[in-house]
Unconditional design. Structure first.
Length: 116
């Protein structure tokens, strides 16, 4: 059974940076992703990383500002968030699975708050 634990959230001013971590315990999966959910809104995709190091995908809203990466030796996935905007405020969730459409495991979420 895989468990995912997110960390690194917090409060930051606009244009600041944060790095989220998602540590997996137990088995590993090929695909990891970050999603977020703002108050009153549906959960939305942020970024995804697959087996090949260069195989990453981003939502248009974060492209050029966020970077997803993984350390397979540590079974950890990161989300480097730069140039943060107030609209990035949300609870960020890490997810993992055998394919992008099969993300069976989810973390508990970490809050990111960006003030203007």
């Amino acid at each position: 059974q895989l468990q995912l634990v997110e960390s690194g959230g917090g409060a930051v001013q606009a244009w600041g940076s944060l790095r989220l971590s998602c540590a997996g315990t137990g088995r590993t999966f090929s695909t990891y992703a970050w999603f977020r959910q703002a108050p009153g809104k549906e959960r939305e995709f942020v970024a995804r990383i697959s087996p090949n190091v260069g195989d990453t995908y981003y939502a248009d809203s974060v492209k050029g500002r966020f970077t997803i990466s993984r350390d397979n030796a540590k079974n950890t996935v990161y989300l480097q968030m730069n140039s943060l905007k107030p609209e990035d405020t949300a609870v960020y969730y890490c997810a993992a699975g055998i394919a992008p459409s099969l993300l069976q495991y989810w973390g508990q979420g970490t809050q990111v708050t960006v003030s203007s």
